[in-house]
Design a protein around this ligand. Structure first.
Ligand code: 5U1
Length: 681
């Protein structure tokens, strides 16, 4: 054998061995880089000697030229469909067993029938034709008599062997099974697409079916598909074992993927046990299934039972309740969560899905609504899997009413919170639209109270979640200010509250009135204002009034306060409902020592904005920033007309040019230091 030919054959064998280990056994044998090296070597050999390329070469898995259409393939052995039972109880298995026994002429005293049971995969049925062990054709089921030739796309499915693992392979072996997409592959693929701003797949099933029907195999090659075999078509030159389960074992030995979730057992009881086991574990399987399949295990009995129309009498599919259905969006409401996030919820025409009637489904947030383009009046796919809350998977655009309903925008439809009437905002960089009435909104009441009473906030010992639940649910507390109006009798009347603990709580409430400005700011629960920011704000402004009236520039002058935090603070105090609660708290006696803060300390750079660019000879950027801020200045990221000084070091780039264009004063490090020193004198 010429050297190249032998090397190509060896590479093909080795690469396919690694493929099998990785995609079928899920046990990678070599690092990706090494695999890539082998693959490239084979590609190079085949490019140099096209005569070396064989139909079973792994290089054919990357997808060939786009097709004009799929050629028809007539199935030598028709691809039958399967009788389906949708009832959820044991009756499906019992009825099947009773029918089988009757057809086989078995009486009550005859032994139970041996069955095989396996999963019904939610994908696309495929016939793989191997001739002398080499995959020569792959076809869809079509109408059962004639399918479509999808060989090019099927070659891209790494789990499908291009050559069977056998020294003496059958002359012809047709393997039947399902191409599907695992859930994790589906999620990963969609995440990648989303990141690249490309279209996503609706669900794993569509992902599998759509990929195989792709006319461009290069696109199919990018979709992560899997395959499991469940039966045979035409066979020549091979005698299958006498049972279905042993046939699947034999296929597995030939390198064909077969799902391990299968059993054999006697009588209806074994089938019922399998059904119940899989039904309980359905949501934790790595791929979607739509039920289980029961089969008479002995192939001679299968032959004896034969077919009715296009369905074998020896098999039945026991379907689980569908996890996806179509329905109509009647309207879109919002629900206000504990943190004030407004979650859009589609109100749906009632539909039975995942075993329950669904009338609402979450739309998550505005970005999801935009991405899925869901509108009122649309026909949508609704999914409910296990205990997960139902969600709208996609809108069926072809069924959109004419004229088109408008796009749905939360901020436009809900300018104020439906729970409390406070204004509603979407902060920069956040997916959620939020109610700003944090202290006042009933939806946020419990959360706000717990936070307010927390150890690092007002530190009201004893006011924990059980108590907060009772106080809110009995309508005793509407906002944190009401806590200071609670009396001993009221507290003592609560569940699990004795007189003593009520008195202790009352004392803790009283003691909390004397606090610090930092704690009070933190206790307000302003979004994005944590304990450290609260301290910085208190130190900087010195009084609550100064904080409340601070404009954006004033807030941005505080250490570590960026535009998002500044916006959160401004929005919080712009909401009259919040100010009302703050006033009530002060009226109730909450107090702290006030100071003038550091904002008025007129440093040499007070009110000035500086931009740092390039590398300074001595000072690090952080050190320069600290010195500027200590002198009352603010460091900004970009140069504008409002910039007072640009401090330029070495390799200063576009910021320096911009400063020159705008006529902004430019300093070097020495100039900056001189300016700062002039203050100290
Ligand atoms: N697991 C499995 N799925 N499935 C689907 N076995 C199986 N068998 C089928 C079908 C349509 O048909 C044969 C019973 C002919």
């Amino acid at each position: 054998m010429p050297v190249d030919l032998a090397r190509a054959a060896a590479l093909r064998r080795e690469i396919e061995r690694h493929n099998y280990a990785y995609y079928v056994l899920d046990q990678p044998t070599i690092p990706d880089a090494e695999y890539d090296r082998l693959f490239r070597e084979l590609q190079a050999l085949e490019a140099e000697h096209p005569e070396l390329a064989t139909p079973d070469s792994p290089t054919r898995r990357v997808g060939g030229k786009p097709l004009d259409g799929f050629a028809p393939v007539r199935h030598v052995v028709p691809m039958l469909s399967i009788r389906t039972e949708t009832d959820t109880e044991a009756s499906g298995a019992q009825a099947f067993d009773a029918r089988v026994r009757k057809e086989l002429g078995l009486g009550e005293s005859d032994p139970p029938v041996d069955y095989a049971a396996e999963l019904k995969f939610d994908g696309l049925a495929i016939n793989l034709r191997y001739e002398l062990g080499v995959l020569v054709q792959a076809a869809t089921r079509g109408d059962g008599e004639t399918g479509e030739d999808v060989t090019q796309n099927i070659r891209t499915v790494h789990a499908i062997p291009l050559r069977l693992h056998a020294d003496k392979p059958p002359v012809v072996l047709e393997v039947r099974g399902e191409v599907f997409m695992r859930r994790d592959d589906f999620e990963r693929y969609n995440a990648k697409q989303r990141e690249a701003g490309k279209p996503t797949l609706v669900n794993p099933r569509n992902g599998a079916a759509g990929s195989i029907r792709q006319l461009d195999p290069a696109i199919a090659a990018q979709r992560p598909l899997s395959f499991y075999a469940y039966g045979l078509g035409e066979v020549q030159g091979w005698t299958p074992p006498p049972t279905h389960s042993a046939t699947l074992d034999a296929l597995e030995k030939l390198g064909v993927p077969v799902c391990a979730e299968r059993i054999t057992g006697r009588g209806a009881a074994a089938l019922i046990a399998f059904h119940d086991d899989i039904a309980a574990r359905r949501d934790s399987l790595p791929f979607d299934i739509d039920g289980v399949v029961y089969k008479v295990n002995r192939l001679d009995l299968q032959r004896e039972l034969g077919f009715v129309t296009r369905e074998p009498r020896w098999a039945v599919a026991h379907k689980f309740p569908a996890q996806e259905q179509l329905t109509t969006v009647l309207g879109i409401d919002v629900q206000v969560g504990r943190t004030g996030a407004l979650t859009p919820v589609a109100r749906l025409a009632p539909v039975f899905v995942g075993g329950v009637t669904v009338t609402n489904a979450t739309l998550h947030n505005q970005d999801e609504i935009d991405r899925k383009d869901v509108r009122v009046g649309d026909t949508v796919i609704v999914r409910r899997a296990g205990d997960v809350i139902p969600e709208v998977v996609a809108a069926v655009i072809e069924r959109r009413p004419v004229p088109e309903p408008p796009r749905f925008n939360i901020l436009q439809s809900y300018p104020v919170c439906p729970e409390c009437g406070s204004h509603v905002v979407r902060l920069e960089g956040e997916a959620a639209v939020r109610c700003t009435g944090g202290l006042y909104c009933p939806a946020q009441r419990k959360q706000a109270l717990l936070h307010f009473a927390g150890r690092r906030a007002m530190d009201i010992e004893g006011l924990g979640d059980k108590l907060v639940d009772q106080l809110v649910e009995r309508g005793l507390v509407h906002s944190p200010a009401d806590v200071y109006g609670l009396g001993l009798d009221t507290l003592a009347g609560l569940e699990r509250m004795a007189e003593k603990s009520a008195a202790n709580l009352l004392a803790a409430i009283e003691a909390s009135k004397a606090t610090t400005l930092a704690r009070f700011i933190f206790a307000l629960g302003i979004r994005n204002v944590g304990e450290t920011t609260a301290k910085d704000l208190a130190r900087h402004f010195g009084s609550l009034a100064a904080l409340i009236t601070a404009d954006e520039a004033g807030l941005l002058a505080v250490r570590d306060v960026g535009p998002v935090v500044a916006q959160s603070i401004r929005q919080f105090f712009a909401e009259p409902h919040n100010l009302e609660v703050v006033n009530k708290l002060r009226a109730a006696g909450v107090h702290w020592p006030e100071s003038t803060g550091v904002q008025q300390s007129a440093g040499i750079l007070a009110g000035k904005t500086l931009v740092l660019t390039g590398t300074l000879p001595m000072l690090t950027r952080e050190a320069a920033k600290e010195m500027i801020e200590a002198a009352g200045g603010k460091v900004a990221g970009s140069v504008s007309k409002k910039t007072d000084y640009v401090v330029a070091g070495e390799e200063a780039g576009s910021k320096l040019t911009r400063a020159q264009e705008l006529g902004v004063t430019i300093l070097d490090e020495a100039g900056l230091l001189a300016l700062l020193e002039s203050q100290e004198q």
